[in-house]
Design a protein around this ligand. Structure first.
Ligand code: KE4
Length: 431
């Protein structure tokens, strides 16, 4: 058996940073990443045999917990029938039918292999449908690593974004406008000055890439109005929130708050793959009809709609669609957040949290942040000390203050209580 340190040293010889996705390297919180050997239910075990209560859940997909028997059985059976054919299968139809049945704004979906691919394709489709080039995104929202979306706010509102990554030419992001989340004045001005040129606005309706920030109802209402008025598409990035915050995703939450609310296009991922590489984007039949092979917007993928991944996703959706699933998951997650707030109050530490369905966030702050700037101004040092105190206590939280956390149906009341107890001890020890 190699230790986490030994594995990390070995990994760094052959994999950049020793990881295949940057956040896993623990650079935001410091220390050695844990190399996970296996997961079961609400738990994961690292290479040294240490058990953790898992609040990452693969960053959202593992809503049932690890190794759910029905999902495992579906995947094993599908694998025996074949891994991939590069030809259509009935199961892709079944998954598309399941998504369409659960999301009223979606009449057709295209299945792909990652959230990045889905978001990138959705942007291309919006540009193809509108004949426009400009897109609007919000600081703190992440939509995958497609070039046009790796951009931070420009110096002034009207100026376009600057790349957040080397290798992204300024030319590629010059059509991307980055605004402040929940800032009504900025979206009003952007549309007043450039509305006829904006192909789409892409937004995380509940932003899990800045921990947990809700789009306010006035903001979302205004976004909808402006997109409709100016012929821009409102694209909901529900890769994280879809089938996670509610069975119908965040759009079903906003539809209860804003009568008749619907986005024009939706991007999904994570939960719909159940932990296997699968994502999707969808809209009306008219919009999706612009995609190849029917229309002029090209999009393709060797493993799109992969037969094993669709089996995993379908079995997952089957379970989360059962009566009472989201009521129980939401209650469990609320109990966790209330527990964290309670022990922080007892320790005299400012901590605020929020949750929707099985997704949650908390901040060492007195008020819930409304935008990225405020999130990043919260107490990072305290968060990092708390993260490591909890990790040492066997609780695996998101290794960055700007990431959301996830509860699964496998998390028991005892797991939640143990987590809250560990938090009380960590905060009492001035973590
Ligand atoms: P992927 O390409 O990683 O499948 O999806 C990109 C993506 C798109 N949209 C949203 C709202 C997302 O949250 C993501 C990916 N989320 C991150 C977690 N913040 C995945 C973890 C990682 O990057 O390793």
């Amino acid at each position: 058996m190699q230790t986490n340190d030994e594995l990390f040293t070995r990994a760094q010889r052959v994999i950049p940073g020793g990881v295949n996705s940057p956040v896993r390297a623990f650079r935001a919180v410091g220390g050695t990443p844990r190399f996970i050997a296996r997961g079961q239910g609400a738990y994961i075990w690292d290479a040294e045999g240490r058990r953790y209560i898992d609040y990452i859940g693969s960053w959202g997909p593992m809503i049932l917990g690890h190794g759910h028997p029905a999902v495992l059985e579906a995947v094993q059976k599908a694998a025996l029938d074949g891994f991939s054919f590069g030809a259509p299968t009935e199961r892709e139809i079944e998954l598309a039918e399941a998504i369409v049945a659960l999301v009223p704004s979606v009449e057709q979906v295209r299945l792909v292999s990652s959230g990045t691919e889905a978001g990138m394709s959705a942007i291309r489709l919006a540009r193809g449908c509108t004949g426009r080039s400009k897109i609007v995104k919000f600081e703190g929202c992440y939509h995958g690593h497609a070039d046009a979306l790796l951009v931070k706010a420009g110096s002034g509102l009207a100026t376009f974004g600057h790349p957040t990554s080397a290798g992204v030419p300024a030319d590629v992001v010059k059509h991307t406008l980055v605004l402040e989340y929940n800032n009504l004045a900025q979206i009003d001005e952007a549309f007043a000055t450039q509305g006829t040129e904006i192909a789409c606005v892409i937004i995380e309706p509940i932003a899990g890439n800045m921990n947990f920030v809700r789009a306010s109802v006035p903001f979302m209402t205004r976004l909808r109005e402006l997109c409709t008025k100016h012929g821009a598409m409102l694209v909901f990035d529900e890769v994280m929130t879809g089938f996670r915050v509610a069975l119908g995703g965040a759009q079903s939450v906003y539809a209860k708050l804003i009568p008749g609310f619907k986005p024009d296009m939706s991007v999904f991922g994570k939960v719909i793959g159940g932990g296997m590489p699968l994502a999707a984007f969808g809209s009306t039949r008219e919009v999706m009809g612009q995609l190849a092979p029917l229309g002029p917007v090209y999009q393709a993928g060797t493993l799109s709609g992969n037969p094993v991944a669709t089996a995993c996703g379908l079995a997952t959706l089957e379970e989360i669609g059962k009566p009472g699933f989201f009521e129980a998951l939401s209650a469990s997650t609320r109990t966790l957040v209330a527990g964290l707030q309670g022990v922080a109050r007892d320790a005299g530490v400012p901590l605020v949290g929020d949750s929707e369905g099985g997704m949650f966030g908390f901040f060492f702050a007195r008020e819930l942040p409304q935008n990225y700037g405020v999130v990043m101004a919260t107490d990072k040092e305290r968060f990092n000390r708390f993260f490591h105190a909890m990790l040492d206590a066997g609780v695996y939280l998101a290794p960055a203050l700007y990431e959301a956390g996830f509860v699964s149906a496998a998390h028991s009341a005892e797991d939640i209580a143990a987590t809250v107890h560990a938090a009380a001890q960590a905060l009492a020890a001035k973590a």
